[in-house]
Write a protein that binds this ligand. Structure first.
Ligand SMILES: [Zn+2]
Length: 381
């Protein structure tokens, strides 16, 4: 399709493909009817808007027309680190966002890459070999599961362990308010064959992954090291996700879900932290504080109903050694919530709320701002 141009009014399978890529990137709301019949897909106003937004983000001419270049960049954007094996192949260079992420991580770890351009060229291969040598792996220059794992493991040494509340807050205090060097693990719920809740054309697994990418981008921009517990098409179980989080020695974990209910009336946002409720209740004090911050920031910035913060002993909350929060962001079975969830702008606002909550965990009371007013630009780097 590369030799063609697609714009407002075009229809057919190629348009269906463009729509699906834009939806994957969270720029376009899912439209189940058109997804079912590719021939019926229309390049309408919403696609035009999404294409312009994408072009603007990527530094392309924002004209709403999908020509060969825009198509190529759109195609590259779908790759996430770990999605595929990567290596240097002269004459057939691998290009994509996953390569750019790899280059960024290599740079952070002190391995020289000419530039972060998303192209797996000779300098990237050289850096990968150097990295592999440094971790005692065969320096074959190919980025596969073992190398991804080694990259994920190599995070700044941060003490983990729930221990007790006093030591928890002591550690947060010592960590200081600045964000660079902090490690946050984002856990998009479900995935792969497990799509989670599904209603109004929305799949929980997709929403969670899209939201995770938005949070990842914003956190990375503040200097935070971010790890995702799963790729786009995998579904580790809760214990595996917790083990992964512990292996990265993350400082915080954010698990992303949306909810469903037989009653279409049920709606709103709730957050959960590790703890039991009863006579001898025990809880992660910091987990509770973090969950409260996430809840309040999301409620203050959206019009989702406030379903408050609760203690739970779910595996992910229990087995992670660092403060963890699980957010149930609205009900796909609620028409109002579903409408919000399908809006990329809404997802951006939620991503921002979560990033601000991460910052507020580290702000001493005298430096903190009231809920809902801290902006991304004010975060401490
Ligand atoms: Zn879920």
């Amino acid at each position: 399709m590369a030799e063609h141009r697609y714009g407002l009014g075009n229809r057919g399978p190629a348009v269906a493909e463009i729509r699906s890529k834009l939806t994957q990137l969270g720029l376009l709301a899912a439209t189940p009817d058109q997804d079912l019949d590719p021939g019926a897909a229309v390049f309408d106003e919403s696609v035009d808007r999404a294409v312009r937004q994408f072009q603007q983000q990527r530094g392309l001419t924002a004209n709403g027309v999908v020509d060969a270049e825009t198509y190529r960049v759109l195609d590259e954007a779908r790759w996430r680190l770990g999605d595929r094996l990567m290596s240097f192949q002269a004459g057939h260079l691998q290009i994509g966002d996953d390569v750019a992420t790899l280059q960024q991580r290599l740079l952070e770890l002190g391995f020289g890459v000419d530039r972060v351009d998303g192209v797996y060229g000779p300098s990237t291969e050289r850096a990968v070999k150097e990295f592999q040598r440094s971790v005692g792996a065969p320096p074959d220059g190919t980025c596969g599961p073992a190398t991804f794992k080694a990259l994920a493991r190599l995070s700044p040494i941060v003490t983990g362990g729930r221990a007790d509340a006093l030591r928890e807050s002591e550690r947060i205090h010592r960590a200081g308010p600045q964000l660079p060097g902090k490690v946050v693990v984002i856990d998009p719920g479900h995935g792969g064959v497990d799509r989670g809740c599904f209603s109004h054309g929305l799949s929980e697994a997709e929403i969670a992954f899209d939201l995770a990418s938005r949070i990842e981008g914003r956190l990375a921009a503040t200097g935070v090291r971010v790890f995702l517990t799963r790729g786009r098409d995998t579904s580790p179980d809760e214990a595996e996700r917790a083990r992964f989080a512990n292996e990265t020695r993350g400082d915080l974990v954010v698990s992303l879900h949306v909810d469903e209910h037989p009653s279409p009336e049920a709606g709103g946002v709730a957050t959960y932290y590790y703890g039991t409720v009863g006579d001898d209740d025990m809880r992660s004090t910091l987990g509770e504080r973090f969950a409260g911050l996430v809840q309040r920031e999301v409620v203050a910035r959206t019009d989702l109903r406030d379903c408050r913060t609760h203690a739970k002993t779910w595996d992910l909350l229990r087995y992670t050694k660092m403060p963890a929060v699980r957010i149930e962001l609205g009900y796909v079975t609620n028409a109002g919530d579903a409408l919000r969830l399908s809006d990329p702008g809404f997802r951006d606002v939620v991503a921002e709320a979560i990033v601000v909550a991460v910052q507020r965990v580290y702000l001493p009371p005298d430096m903190d701002s009231p809920t809902g007013v801290l902006q991304l630009g004010q975060l401490i780097r």
